[in-house]
Design a protein. Structure first.
Length: 320
């Protein structure tokens, strides 16, 4: 039996935010949180009762220990982390506006400890115990060695019989659309489940037509089992061998958008691990994502009971 339900790998940063709606240039205090796409998924799944391990490379200092302690407190297994002496953690600053001033994110993550991860450092035995291996397109953008680590992780997971999950998760501040499109397509071809925002499919791969028209074409191009496309307020769709299913997004009073896509991935994967249908996976992802946006954090600090309550109270429209 697999040792972990899900194993994921990536960079988690320190998140610093001024009190809303102050600007960074006027703030005298900053609130400290953490955030990283893969660890966000790990926390959400661990809170739903799954056994989850998160792999990364952290500086052996107060910031690295804070990240590890925060994830450990959420029942994420961090026992296989790589600790680096004399290196730095990535940080990002989040400035929340009020309409018409949008949210603004400022990164300071160059040359972080995680960006220097090498494949020979990774404890591959953890990956080989996973039922699901989850990666994102953020990690390959950090460095050439990180891109090699993600490929090795997916290849080893595949060889061990894991379900491979990959979220395109394009970050325009890290690389150009042309670079990202070329680099990320091979991961999409490796994965069993590919998650992508519709805007990223258009930007990176020149996808044309409607999401419903494009989904079967992209799925055939990549050979993935399931392609999941998120459409923002318009909901989401999943395309597999049986066709396309769609689900609406839940109406939500947004407190914090950051982490919502990661919560969606976690919800979809949770329902998949429970053996639910693609339509139910979409609904579970939508519910978890909506709840995440009501919390001032990247982390979906949500319980399974809360998700089930929302699913019961607010039926989303599902189409096949």
């Amino acid at each position: 039996m697999a040792g972990y339900d899900v194993v994921t790998l990536g960079e988690t940063m320190i998140r610093l935010s001024p009190p809303v709606p102050q600007r960074l240039e006027q703030a005298s205090v900053l609130e400290i949180n953490i955030g990283g796409a893969e660890s966000n998924v790990a926390v959400a799944l661990a809170r739903l009762g799954f056994k989850v391990a998160w792999l990364s490379r952290l500086p052996d200092n107060a910031w690295g220990r804070r990240i590890a302690a925060t994830l450990r407190a959420q029942n994420v297994d961090v026992s296989s982390l790589i600790w680096a002496k004399g290196e730095r953690v990535g940080t990002y600053f989040v400035e929340y506006g009020r309409q018409p001033r949008p949210i603004h994110v400022l990164y300071d993550r160059a040359n972080s400890a995680m960006s220097r991860m090498r494949a020979e450092e990774v404890p591959w035995g953890v990956v080989e115990q996973a039922r699901v291996v989850h990666c994102t397109g953020i990690t390959p953008a950090l460095s050439t060695s990180c891109a090699e680590v993600v490929e090795a992780m997916m290849q080893r997971g595949k060889a061990a019989g894991a379900l491979l999950s990959f979220d395109v998760n394009y970050r325009a501040l890290l690389w150009s659309p042309a670079e990202a499109g070329r680099a990320l397509e091979p991961y999409c071809r490796l994965a069993d489940i590919v998650f992508a925002a519709w805007r990223d499919l258009v930007t990176l791969f020149g996808t044309q037509g409607t999401p419903e028209q494009a989904a079967p074409i992209l799925r055939a191009r990549w050979g993935c089992e399931t392609l999941v496309i998120t459409l923002g307020d318009a909901g989401s769709l999943a395309c597999d061998a049986q066709g396309i299913v769609q689900a609406d997004a839940y109406p939500v009073e947004i407190v914090d958008r950051l982490g919502a896509g990661d919560a969606f991935d976690a919800g979809f994967l949770a329902a998949r691990l429970w053996g639910r249908s693609p339509a139910e996976c979409l609904r579970y992802g939508a519910a978890l994502s909506a709840l995440c946006m009501t919390i001032p954090s990247d982390l979906a600090l949500v319980t399974a009971e809360e998700v089930e309550a929302l699913l019961t109270q607010g039926e989303t429209r599902i189409q096949r």
